[in-house]
Each structure stands twice: as structure tokens, then as C-alpha cells.
Write a protein that binds this ligand. Structure first.
Ligand code: 5AD
Length: 344
């Protein structure tokens, strides 16, 4: 097993068979060595830097009905909200003064957010904060829409592929959604010139080791600048309410593997990681992550953007506590970088 890990560390790739052995291995010494290698590679390219992104959850209206997600359209118990243009601009203002230089606007697939509305908003943000990057995470949109949003000034786009296996994709999503379309959106974003983020959930119902390997192979083909992964966590008002969460252990292992295979990727220690364990995000940083995304949404709506149960949304992960977060990051040997933090 050690040889496999050393091969991954020195060449950046291993076979499907070797990946399967590594993913399924439960030896603590191997996990510790993976952590060490992941941290070494991360330091080689990014040093001790941790990049900050201010996350603004602009709407929890969603036309999709993904089986795992708490804001799916058929969840009648979700209390819906949508931020106004003024709300979003004041989040940016607060974020800027707290030191954020990337604003991530994330939301459900909400038809209220037309190209015209978003283009106006994006160009205003870019005029006001020319030293900031704007990242969008608004789901699947037509090619033309991605194109005009880019022209208006958007820099990056996050769209997790969720799973690269079409069979599993079909079990997690309603029939009107397809993996093919999802992938096409990602290739379109790439072609248009966005810095692109893809990713998947770990431990989602029915997922096999082979599925995780397919996710890795898809990412190798797409070559995204950003990779977001997090443990699946059930939401009580979804068909997966009674399913088990993904584990911290497997998520950290996948993060370590991704760091070795994508040395220059920007990889966030996600909110889901912080939700399954109080020290989850720190563990993520020690296993190859180099981004954190504190919540900049207005406090009044935070609880409503409930993708899964117990999603952390106050306390040290929130943007107000960026000084606490900075201290925690420094206490484990990293440093917060205050700039746009583009991929190298
Ligand atoms: N558990 C973990 N992650 C989830 N997401 C949605 N629902 C869940 C859940 N129940 C993730 C998806 C989506 C991202 C915004 O949140 O991967 O792309």
C-alpha cells in the first residue's frame, strides 16, 4: 500500500485498481502518510496560504428536485427567500470591509435571476470593487447565459457534477435532469473562459468506490481549477432523510488523493466538513484543502439555506468571525491570504 501511495505522490496518478485499494484501505498509518504527502504537495504550490471566499446565498428557490437536497422544489416545508439587489450589494460591502476579495453568489436554480438582472449586478460589483473576483454558483444555464455573465465580469463558476456515473446520477436526480447536460455545462463554462469548479458528494446513498474513481477520472478530463467535495448529510424533508451521512474519514482521504492528483487546484474545506465534525474544516486544511468560504449572507436568511440538517451557519464559520477563523487557521500552521486568490 505504501508503494501505491508513493507512486501517487511522485507521479500524480495511479490505476483504477490501485485507487480502489487506497480508497478502501483503513490503515491509520497509510492515512497519516497520505495527509503528510497531501500537505507537502499543497505547500509546494501554495505554501501555507488559505484563501477566503465570502459566500452569499442569494436564493433558496429552486426549480430542481434533487433527492438529497433540502431546498428541492418539492420540499414544501422549506421557507423560501430571495435576496434583493440591495441585499446582495450590502453583503459585498460588509464582506469587503472584512477583507474578502472574492464574492461567491450561490443559489438554487431560481428563474427570477435573469441574465439582465445578474449582468447588472455583476458589473456594479466589479465597478465598485475592481480588486475582487466574482464567482457564480447558480446551477445549469444556457451557453449564452454563461457567456453574457462572463462578459459582465464574472470570473469563476462553481457547478458540482455531483457524480460522474450516469446510473448513480439518475438515482440522485429527477428524470428531467441528466449527467450529460451537467457535464456539457461544465465544458461550456471552461470554453467561455471561467475558472471552473466541479465536485461531488462523498458517501451519498448507493455510491460505490468505483463511482468515486469515476469522479476522479471525470475531473482529470475536465481539469477544473477548483474542486469542491463534501460529505453527504441527510436532510429530514427529503427522500434520503433516513440515509447515513458520509464519513469524515473517507472525505479526508478523498481530499488527500485529489490534492496529489490536482496539485494546483483550489480545494475548499467545505461547510459540510465543518458540519460532520467540529474540527472538520481544520482537518480538511491539513489534508490538502486551501480555501475556506465563510458565510456572508444576511443572518436572517442563513438558516433557510438548509441544504442538509444542522448546516452550520453561525459561530466561527460565519464571516463576522473572520478574526477567530484567522486565529484558528494560524494555530494549525497556515496563514490567511487576503487577495483574490486565483488559481496558479
Ligand atoms: N449533503 C451534502 N451536500 C449537499 N449538497 C446538496 N445537498 C446536500 C446534502 N444533503 C451539496 C451539493 C451542491 C452543493 C451546493 O451542496 O453537492 O452542489
Amino acid at each position: 500500500m505504501k508503494e501505491i501511495l508513493e507512486k501517487l505522490y511522485s507521479t500524480g496518478d495511479i490505476s483504477d485498481y490501485e485507487l480502489k485499494l487506497l480508497i478502501e484501505n483503513t490503515d491509520g498509518n497509510i492515512s497519516a502518510l497520505l495527509t503528510y504527502y497531501a500537505d507537502t504537495v499543497r505547500k509546494k504550490y501554495y505554501g501555507k496560504k488559505v484563501f477566503l471566499r465570502g459566500l452569499i446565498e442569494i436564493s433558496n428557490y429552486c426549480k430542481n428536485d434533487c433527492l438529497y437536497c433540502g431546498i428541492r422544489r418539492s420540499n414544501k416545508n422549506a421557507v423560501r427567500y430571495r435576496l434583493t439587489r440591495e441585499d446582495i450589494l450590502s453583503c459585498c460591502e460588509e464582506g469587503y470591509s472584512l477583507g474578502f476579495r472574492t464574492f461567491v453568489m450561490q443559489g438554487g436554480e431560481d428563474s427570477f435571476f435573469t441574465d439582465d438582472f445578474l449582468c447588472g449586478l455583476i458589473s456594479d460589483i466589479k465597478i465598485k470593487y475592481p480588486d475582487c473576483a466574482v464567482t457564480l454558483s447558480l446551477g445549469e444555464r444556457p451557453y449564452k447565459s454563461y457567456k453574457v455573465l462572463k462578459q459582465a465580469g464574472a470570473d469563476r463558476y462553481l457547478l458540482r457534477h455531483e457524480t460522474a456515473d450516469s446510473g448513480l446520477y439518475g438515482r440522485l436526480h429527477p428524470s428531467e435532469m441528466s449527467l450529460e447536460n451537467r457535464k456539457q455545462c461544465l465544458y461550456n463554462l471552461h470554453e467561455i473562459g471561467y475558472q471552473v469548479g466541479a465536485g461531488f458528494m462523498v458517501g451519498v446513498p448507493f455510491q460505490t468506490t468505483e463511482n468515486l474513481i469515476q469522479d476522479i477520472r471525470f475531473l482529470q478530463d475536465l481539469k477544473p481549477q477548483m474542486i469542491g467535495i463534501g460529505a453527504f448529510i441527510p436532510h429530514h424533508d427529503t427522500p434520503f432523510a433516513r440515509e447515513k451521512s458520509g464519513t469524515l474519514q473517507l472525505t479526508l482521504k478523498m481530499l488527500g488523493i485529489l490534492r496529489l492528483m490536482f496539485p494546483k487546484a483550489l480545494i475548499p474545506a467545505t461547510t459540510a466538513l465543518g458540519t460532520i465534525s467540529p474540527t472538520g474544516r481544520e482537518e480538511g486544511l491539513k489534508n490538502g484543502c486551501n480555501v475556506v468560504m465563510p458565510n456572508l449572507s444576511p443572518v436572517a436568511v442563513r438558516k433557510k439555506y438548509e441544504l442538509y440538517d444542522n448546516k452550520i451557519c453561525t459561530g466561527e464559520e460565519s464571516a463576522e468571525c473572520v478574526s477567530d477563523l484567522t486565529r484558528r487557521i494560524e494555530s494549525i500552521g497556515y496563514e490567511v491570504f487576503s487577495g483574490r486568490g486565483d488559481a496558479i
